[in-house]
Design a binder for this molecule. Sequence first.
Ligand SMILES: [Fe+2]
Length: 179
Amino acid sequence: MAEIRIRNTNERIQGEENVRAFLENQEVLYEHWNTDKLPEELREKFILSDEEKAQILSVYDEDIRDLAGRRGYRTWDIIALSDATPNLDELLKKFESVHTHTEDEVRAITAGKGIFIIKGTDDVGYFDVELEAGDVISVPEHKAHFFTLMENRQIVAVRLFIETEGWIAHPYADPSFQK
Ligand SMILES: [Fe+2]
């Protein structure tokens, strides 16, 4: 289940309802999908064939279509990252800078872990959202953030888009942000 860490105070927020309420206040959508649906062999697999990716999308088809219908997302795919990904370190370096998009950034984690660093309201400042399998997040358009892996360095996630072009990252220069 997702956990929040507020960077300025190191305060942690745990428990599905607390996390959901905190994120709702920050205009970030948080939901949870039932990972029991996924065949066991796909719950810890980070190098996926096209068939396995299609299988994951088909297992979660109802959840994907429900979310897409409510939020206007029109296309989706699967991203898998692990130490087997060519140039993972370079990729992560590229990821790890604050930016915005002109549409929501949506991730439904189906295996592994990941973390969103998000610029919250002025009273909160930056906060981390640590995500694991089953966690679904939508960071709204124009909200400054970045995404990266956690210490296990492996993740599989469904990404949903309105248009894939909307996913272009616009750098957000913020002297107040500290890694
Ligand atoms: Fe992003």
